[in-house]
Design a protein around this ligand. Structure first.
Ligand SMILES: Nc1nc2c(ncn2[C@@H]2O[C@H](COP(=O)(O)OP(=O)(O)OP(=O)(O)O)[C@@H](O)[C@H]2O)c(=O)[nH]1
Ligand SMILES: [Mg+2]
Length: 313
C-alpha cells in the first residue's frame, strides 16, 4: 500500500520511471491498479486531450511528430499514446532523414507510449484512456492519441478525446477515406496531410463536398469543422493546425460543449468498463456452464439464464 501511494505521488510529480511503471501495471493488471488509478483520475482534467485517427498510412504518426515539435516550441509538454505497434516512435526516421522521431524521444518534455493492439487486459480502449489519464495527471499539457481508424475500439478511443482530428491523405484511393474508416462525422478538425503532393487538391475538394452533403450528426455548439491542409515535408499548415487545436479547446470551454461532451464520453467509458468487467466475471465461473446446460435441456431460456447469472453475481 505504501509503495502504491509512493508510485502515485511520483507520477504526479512527473517522474518518468514511475509513469512508465504505472502504465505497465495498468496495461497488464487493471484490477490490481484500480486504487492507484482512482488517485490518478482525481488529478486529471488539466491536459488538452487530442485524438488523431485516419486510415492506415494517412500520415498520422508524422503529423503527431510535427504537432509535438510545434507544441514544444511553444514551451508545452506533450504526451503521446500510439495505438499502433508499427509506429516508428522509437527513434526511426519517418520522412527519410528529414523528420526524426528520435529527437522527440530524447526530449524530457515529451513522453511516448506505444500500446500493442493485442494484449491489453480488459480492452484496448480501457488501456489507452488509462494511459492518457496517467499522462494528464503527470502534468503533460497536451496529449495526442494516435489510433488507426479501423475497428470500433479504435474509433471509440479517438472519440473519447476532447478534440478529434481526422487525417486523410492523397494517393490512398479514390473514395473519401474518412467515410471508409467510419470517422467522417467524429472529426472536429479534418486534416488533409501530404499537401506537398499534387493530388492533394482533389482529396481536399472531395472531402469538402462530402462534408457539405452530410448533415451535422453531432451538435458542435456552433463550431464549423474546418478542413486544413498540411505537409510535414514543407511544414505547410502546421502552425495553423496547432492554432486551430487551441481554438477548439477554447470553443469547448466557452460554448459549454466541453461539459456536454465530457458527460457523453464518461457515460460511454463507464458502461464500456462495466461491460468488460462483467464479461470477465461471467466468463470464468462454473455458473456459466450450469446455465448453458439448463438452456440446452430446455429448462430455461437464454434470457432467463442471463437474468439468473446477473442476479447471482
Ligand atoms: N510526401 C509526404 N509524405 C508524407 C507526409 N507525411 C507522411 N508521409 C509519408 O506517408 C507514409 C505514412 O506516414 P505515417 O505517418 O507513418 O502514417 P500513419 O497514418 O501513421 O500510418 P499507420 O500508423 O501505419 O496507419 C510515410 O511513408 C511517410 O513518410 C507528408 O507530409 N508528405
Ligand atoms: Mg502511425
Amino acid at each position: 500500500m505504501k509503495t502504491e501511494t509512493d508510485i502515485v505521488s511520483r507520477v504526479l510529480s512527473g517522474e518518468t520511471r514511475a509513469i512508465a511503471r504505472l502504465m505497465s501495471k495498468v496495461e497488464g493488471r487493471p484490477d490490481d491498479s484500480a486504487d492507484m488509478m482512482a488517485a490518478i483520475y482525481a488529478k486529471t482534467g488539466r491536459a488538452h486531450v487530442i485524438g488523431l485517427t485516419g486510415v492506415p498510412g494517412s500520415g498520422k504518426s508524422t503529423l503527431v511528430h510535427v504537432i509535438a515539435k510545434e507544441l514544444r516550441r511553444q514551451g508545452k509538454s506533450v504526451g503521446i499514446v500510439a495505438i499502433d505497434p508499427s509506429s516508428p516512435y522509437s527513434g526511426g526516421a519517418i520522412l527519410g532523414d528529414r523528420v526524426r522521431m528520435s529527437d522527440l524521444s530524447t526530449d524530457e518534455g515529451v513522453f511516448i507510449r506505444s500500446l500493442a493492439t493485442r494484449g491489453a487486459l480488459g480492452g484496448l480502449a480501457r488501456a489507452a484512456l488509462d494511459t492518457a489519464d496517467i499522462l494528464d495527471a503527470a502534468g503533460f499539457d497536451v496529449i495526442l492519441i494516435e489510433t488507426v481508424g479501423v475497428g470500433q475500439d479504435e474509433v471509440d478511443i479517438a472519440e473519447s478525446a476532447e478534440t478529434v482530428l481526422v487525417v486523410s491523405a492523397p494517393g490512398l484511393g479514390d473514395d473519401v477515406q474518412a467515410i471508409k474508416a467510419g470517422v467522417l462525422e467524429i472529426a472536429d478538425i479534418h486534416v488533409v496531410s501530404k499537401c506537398d503532393k499534387d493530388e492533394s487538391s482533389r482529396t481536399v475538394a472531395d472531402l469538402k463536398s462530402m462534408l457539405k452533403l452530410g448533415s451535422a450528426v453531432r451538435d458542435r455548439f456552433g463550431w464549423d469543422v474546418p478542413v486544413l491542409r498540411t505537409s510535414a515535408e514543407t511544414h505547410l499548415g502546421i502552425s495553423e493546425l496547432v492554432e486551430t487545436l487551441e481554438k477548439h479547446r477554447l470553443h469547448l470551454a466557452e460554448s459549454g460543449e466541453h461539459s456536454v461532451r465530457k458527460k457523453k464520453i464518461l457515460s460511454k467509458r463507464i458502461i464500456k468498463t462495466a461491460e468488460d468487467m462483467l464479461r470477465q466475471r461471467l466468463g470464468q465461473g462454473e455458473e456459466l456452464d450450469a446455465a448453458v446446460s439448463e438452456v440446452m435441456s430446455g429448462q430455461t431460456s437464454p434470457r432467463r439464464a442471463a437474468e439468473t447469472l446477473l442476479r447471482d453475481l
